[in-house]
Design a protein around this ligand. Structure first.
Ligand code: GLC
Length: 736
């Protein structure tokens, strides 16, 4: 065996010998005295060293400073606080051992990574999971993701992403919880609780880092990393709330965003970091920059040079610098020259040490490093959880003549994504697409009589397949067509100006629809696509997003009727690209266009309607849910809506009942619709149950021009609804 292999084997043997004793949770006073005592021994250089994160092997991420030889030197000097994107257990152990045994104070590293919808087992893309409107679904996904990642050396995940999004041209809508603040705030809490389980010393949990702080989703034109501009009032009304929810849920870290706010990059924005996050929200964890986002403030032309970056970042309240090296290069000098107070360094360093102590790294620096992580991957329980989460994430958009469920029908399966394994979605961790169950495999797993002919690539017809398809269709009851975008076409740095369905796919759908059998469209996408041209060729449509490792099984289960689709859209689907941005909680304007009473000189396009193609909160089921005996009543805590709901079908099913409010007037213009309540209600076939949803008094509040969050004591319409535009019943109340 050569030297490297011998060294590797020796390290693996050391990892095998790691004792994994239970680690006691730390009390606040224990944390405080530990950190105070350790800080008292540290030099300025060592304190600055805790504020720097870099990458190492480059396998998971590439960046300007993942030179491993340089890192070995810096780690021995105690000049690195954490590593980004590592998954190689031998390397992680080696670096950790260097930090713990070869530095003066033996302060361990922490290892951060992007585990946003699964680690080795792929869960649905985040926007898909959000369509479940279900905290339990999201909690389950993050709990199982944490289990796999915490057994792969990882201490912290850079998740949840809670950017509010309104522009599907932006590739990162795929990582979000959609366009609504109320829902995204609830899901942010569920992610944090799922990852952290309120026990950071556990060997099965991850610390969470909520991102991207703040308003990154407002990038102009949906163009990645583009300019953002919004009022403080909108910031507080829509964009800060999910972060407040995550902070209140105990999130350990917050990641700054690449964009500016009020002209100043978020990463060096003192108002955002010190005044709002650490001040108003009382956030006591640590703030980490996004990947080189501190150094990029020079490109923003808001910092003169790297020394200025360091000065502005630490002054603004940035505690941990990811990949940029300005802290490592200039903070000591800035303190020694009297340009910044050492107390700023002390505060940031204390936050990092507190985190490391809380998660048990001082008790066991190797707690997450295992000799063979794959023992913990793709466990049956995890795959089953992924399947259940995937089932809850599928949105049925159409089902004319009840073509679905298939009920033994003979199927011709076509389309570029019909047998595609790359359906995990963006930021897929270390998932292997070859583990993915394709739609074809799923149908076969569920004993569907299916004949598969591809028929088209993403952007071109396979003409030679057309005759075969026609023969197969003649011998089938129904066609299933799998269309959409490739998984790499959304996610970071995948903004697209054209999000229509490629012409080749529309053409294939048209040709097949003329073959006389019903066609079911299955759309794989990381974002809302423009469905306007292709929708007409489908009798039924399932929006599959990217559902992860169990995609094919979740879809097949839904197609045959074992799973009754329940998810609802969390982002409006535009009629055309020209309609972007279109979102449900829009303002009325001074000249609202009333479809039922069209007048000239109103706020409307000449060539498309104002309504989206599919609205926020829309989704169908095999069940028909009926509502009776609906009552609205004012109670001490708010407005209580009670109703009988009946599942009029032979299928057990789940409805997501929604409640919206509308202020009749206010000192500022408020949206015509604001989601303030929802409930997933599961009913057996033909079951009736009396249910209730409470809209809390506080949820009627809105920021006014003086930035006071208030109800202003005006009248509100409270609406019980099946979607943002499908109102079942409404009633007016005055809310003090
Ligand atoms: C990326 C992303 C961020 C991610 C970070 C670390 O550029 O913006 O979401 O967590 O770098 O990989």
């Amino acid at each position: 065996m050569n030297d490297t292999n011998i060294k590797t084997e020796q390290i693996l043997e050391e990892i095998r010998n790691v004792k994994r004793n239970p680690i006691n949770k730390k009390t606040d006073s224990e944390i405080e005295s530990f950190v105070k005592d350790l800080m008292g021994k540290m030099t300025l250089e060592e304190k600055v060293g805790q504020l720097y994160q870099t990458s190492h092997d480059g396998s998971a991420v590439s960046g300007p400073s993942f030179d491993s030889s340089r890192n070995n030197i810096l780690i021995k000097q105690g000049a690195i606080g954490s590593m980004l994107g590592m998954i190689n257990q031998v390397d992680m152990f080696r670096l950790q051992k260097m930090a713990v045994e070869e530095t003066r104070l033996g302060i361990p590293l922490f290892f951060g990574n992007d585990v946003i919808h699964g680690h080795r087992t792929g869960f649905p893309q985040n926007i898909a999971m959000a369509c479940s409107f279900d905290e339990d679904t999201v909690y389950k996904a993050s709990k199982y993701s944490a289990f796999e990642a915490s057994h792969c050396g990882i201490t912290m995940t850079y998740s949840p992403m809670v950017d509010i999004v309104r522009d599907p041209r932006w590739g990162r809508v795929t990582e979000s919880n959609g366009e609504d603040t109320f829902l995204s705030s609830n899901l942010a809490r569920a992610y944090v609780k799922g990852y952290q389980q309120d026990d950071l010393t556990s060997y099965d949990t991850l610390a969470a880092c909520v991102k991207h702080y703040v308003a990154y989703g407002l990038a102009e034109g949906g163009r990645e990393y583009n300019t953002v501009d919004l009022s403080e009032r909108m910031l507080r009304e829509h964009y800060l709330k999910p972060f407040k929810a995550a902070v209140d849920a105990g999130v350990e870290s917050v990641m700054t965003s690449f964009n500016i706010y009020n002209g100043v990059p978020a990463t060096i924005n003192k108002f955002l970091l010190r005044d709002v996050l650490k001040g108003e929200m009382k956030f006591d964890g640590f703030i980490i920059s996004d990947y080189t986002s501190s150094g990029e403030t020079i490109a923003h032309k808001v910092a003169k040079d790297e020394k200025d970056v360091a000065r502005k970042s630490i002054t603004a309240g940035l505690d941990h610098e990811m990949m940029s090296t300005t802290y490592s290069d200039y903070l000591v000098e800035l303190v020694r020259d009297g340009e910044i107070e050492e107390s700023l360094i002390d505060d940031s360093c204390a936050r990092i040490l507190k985190f490391k102590y809380k998660v048990g790294l001082f008790d066991n620096p190797y707690k997450n490093i295992y000799p063979n992580p794959s023992e913990f991957f793709l466990l049956e329980e995890t795959r089953q959880a992924a399947l259940e989460v995937s089932k809850n994430s599928i949105v049925m958009l159409k089902n004319e003549m009840n073509v679905l469920p298939l009920k033994g029908k003979k199927v011709t399966l076509v389309g570029p994504l019909a047998n595609e394994t790359k359906v995990i979605g963006a930021w897929g961790g270390i998932t292997d697409h070859l583990d993915c169950v394709t739609l074809l495999q799923g149908l076969q797993n569920y004993d569907v009589d299916v004949n598969y002919i591809k028929g088209a690539e993403y952007f071109e017809l396979i003409n030679s397949d057309l005759e075969l398809i026609e023969q197969s269709v003649n011998d089938s009851d129904v066609v299933i067509m799998a269309i959409g975008e490739e998984q790499w076409m959304s996610g970071e740095c995948n903004a697209r100006a054209d999000i229509t369905i490629p012409e080749a796919q529309v053409e294939l759908a048209r040709k097949i629809s003329e073959m006389g059998k019903p066609v079911v469209g299955i759309v794989f996408a990381g974002r809302p696509l423009i469905m306007t041209d292709i929708e007409q060729y489908f009798s039924s449509i399932l929006y599959a997003w990217f559902l992860g490792t169990e995609s094919g099984n979740a879809l097949a289960s839904t197609l045959i009727g074992e799973n009754n689709p329940s998810a609802k859209l969390v982002m409006s689907f535009p009629h055309s690209i020209g309609q972007i941005p279109v979102y449900y909680n829009a303002l009325n304007t001074g000249r609202p266009f009333i479809k039922e009473n069209p007048e000239p000189y109103r706020s409307v396009y000449r060539d498309i309607p104002n309504e989206p193609f599919y609205e926020f909160g829309y989704g169908l089921s095999y069940s028909d849910f009926k509502y009776d005996n609906i009552t609205f009543s004012k109670v001490e805590d708010g407005i209580l809506i009670e109703f009988d709901i009946t599942n009029k079908s032979e299928f057990d099913g789940t409805e997501i009942t929604q409640v919206y409010i509308e202020a009749m007037w206010f000192s500022v213009s408020r949206p015509n619709n604001e989601l303030k309540g929802y409930k997933r209600i599961s009913l057996l076939a033909n079951e009736t149950r009396r249910e209730q949803i409470l809209v809390k008094n506080d949820d009627f509040k809105h920021y006014n021009a003086e930035l006071v969050n208030t109800t202003e004591g005006v009248d509100y319409i409270v609406k019980l609804a099946k979607s943002s535009s499908n109102i079942i019943k409404k009633e007016k109340f005055n809310i003090k």
